[in-house]
Design a protein around this ligand. Structure first.
Ligand SMILES: [Zn+2]
Length: 105
């Protein structure tokens, strides 16, 4: 059976990895920029930044790994929910991801 609507919502593994690396990159650029701005920060220590990028990217992938994407159980709004939980922007329900499924709690 062909379900193009459900397939388009699927949060695939490459998307999770890309999302995690993108998240880590944004944070690394932010932290790196702050370190460059601080004049007292010793320049050789800027070499921690590439290590930070690897670490944050791995953390980002870990966080993205358990993220669920789908419809809110109450109002049906399509959204991405992290395992730590968030509130639905539409109906204010508390949602969290369990086994990549969105549940209300
Ligand atoms: Zn909702």
């Amino acid at each position: 059976m062909d379900l193009p609507d459900e397939q388009s919502l699927e949060y695939t593994v490459p998307m999770r990895i890309f999302g995690g690396v993108a998240w880590g990159s944004v944070l690394t650029i932010t932290v790196g920029s702050i370190l460059v701005i601080i004049p007292q920060y010793p320049r050789p220590w800027l070499w921690v930044v590439p290590g930070l990028w690897v670490g944050l990217s791995l953390l980002g992938i870990t966080l993205q790994w358990s993220v669920a994407r789908g419809a809110c159980p109450k109002c049906g709004l399509e959204q991405t929910v992290p395992s730590l939980g968030k509130r639905c922007p539409e109906c204010r329900s508390y949602l969290k991801a369990v086994d990549r499924k969105i549940i209300r709690y």
